[in-house]
Write a protein that binds this ligand. Sequence first.
Ligand code: AMP
Length: 308
Amino acid sequence: MSKLVIVGTVAFDAIETPFGKTDKILGGAATYIGLSASNFNVDSAAVSVVGGDFPQEYLDLLKNRNVDIEGIEVVKDGKTFFWSGKYHNDMNSRDTLATELNVLEHFNPVVPKNYKDAEVVMLGNLHPLVQQGVLNQMTKKPKLAILDTMNFWMDIALDDLLSVIKNVDVITINDEEARQLTGEYSLVVAAKKIQEMGPKFVVIKKGEHGALLFHDDNVFYAPALPLKEVFDPTGAGDTFAGGFAGYLAKTDDFSFENMKTAVIYGSTLASFCVEKFGTERMQNLTDKEIYERLEQFKTLTQFDIELS
Ligand code: AMP
């Protein structure tokens, strides 16, 4: 089993979907990644920053799921990162209404001493310089560095982003962002171009249409489970990344074959995330629920065909 370092925002989110609206609730990339990865019982630590306005109970929530929070700095006189978004009727696309960086603006990440030798590093959505700052603190080269990002950082820090992308093994990114990053419409061509930027493995998330994993000339596709209820897609991408990273850290096998299974775990966990607002569904997820959904996944994707 590998140790896992998770970097990303720990945030307040205000979300609007066709099904309702929330005030400031718990959100953030590292929160979703941590909750998702916690289902694999790996040693994990979150590196992030919050303000004095951030409730202790939210931090305890991560701690109670065995995510080490020593690396989450609390800036007493600062305000927590705030993001607000509104989903369109298709629930697959959204508009960002507000991004207030607040304490993130002057954040210097500190990886807890015990985790500087972690084998797996999950660089969640955050300023690329912070992502690089975490990589720089690792005392030995991680066996697997995974990076997630979004259009916001492409817009304001593209050069820094391209520099850190060079140093990772896997990138997880959504289809729209892959197109923005490469200027290519075809996701196959976009994935090839991203591989040339550094990462040998490229995961392109397509929301309710599943996820693609690219490596050399190999492609693997996992659909998303068709769900009766989708209330709030926020955090689905991070939950996917947390499941992907958590499974790989647990199994300590970073081959393409094993990454296929990691994609299935990521998709399975993301399917829970969207069923309730914010992190609610992820807070008390059980192994039994995950197992049952993996069975559904198998049934959905298995078929026999005789090729002559
Ligand atoms: P996802 O739906 O997986 O893209 O992730 C949504 C989460 O990302 C929310 O909980 C936000 O707090 C967080 N988020 C939104 N914008 C940013 C940003 N620019 N940098 C880091 N995290 C962000």
